[in-house]
Design a protein around this ligand. Structure first.
Ligand SMILES: [Zn+2]
Length: 179
């Protein structure tokens, strides 16, 4: 499964993160096409669901979980995507983010044990967006590939890793030639 969004949606979210000093959050409406997820609408959480927000965290009121439960129960797609921003931060999930993701995932599994909605968390920072799913069977966090206008966007940390591999390969080739 991949996630698709338009360059316009992508740039809007990143600019939105850059402009706000505090974390922002919301959810995304999607459609499923050929096993892939296409984002159709991005909505912010209404302010009355939020108790406190800083540049490091968002503290939700308990009404937030009621809202999430309602959305999970009425969700017609196979996934439910929440997102929040990390202004000047990384696009990794924090420990608290992982706990919340696991919790909402468990709610979804309890709600409809046989046909539960997969819960995905998107992290938007000043230069990229990453989406994660928690695989509770294997207890593993999985990053879901993101395509923007059909081009895959790798997070910076993975980009630099491929660059490192590529460069060391090129170096090795050059060394081999010199021999
Ligand atoms: Zn976070």
């Amino acid at each position: 499964m991949n996630i698709h969004m338009s360059l316009n949606q992508y740039n809007k979210l990143i600019n939105f993160c850059k402009k706000s000093k505090t974390e922002q959050s919301g959810f995304m409406t999607v459609t499923e096409i050929d096993n892939d997820i296409h984002i159709t609408k991005i909505e912010l959480n209404s302010e009355d669901l939020i108790k406190k927000r800083t540049n490091k965290e968002i503290v939700y009121r308990k009404e937030y979980l009621v809202q999430v439960l309602y959305e999970l129960a009425s969700c017609e797609s196979p996934v439910y995507i929440m997102f929040h921003t990390h202004p000047k931060g990384s696009s990794n999930l924090s420990e608290e983010d992982i706990e919340l993701l696991k919790y909402v995932q468990s709610l979804s599994q309890r709600l409809t044990p046989n046909d539960y909605v997969k819960v995905i968390e998107g992290i938007v920072n000043d230069h990229e967006i990453s989406f994660y799913y928690y695989d509770s069977e294997n207890e593993k966090l999985i990053r879901i590939p993101l395509f923007v206008d059909n081009i895959e966007k790798l997070p910076l940390r993975e980009q630099s890793m491929t660059k490192i591999i590529k460069n060391s390969f090129l170096e090795g080739m050059a060394r081999a030639k010199r021999r």
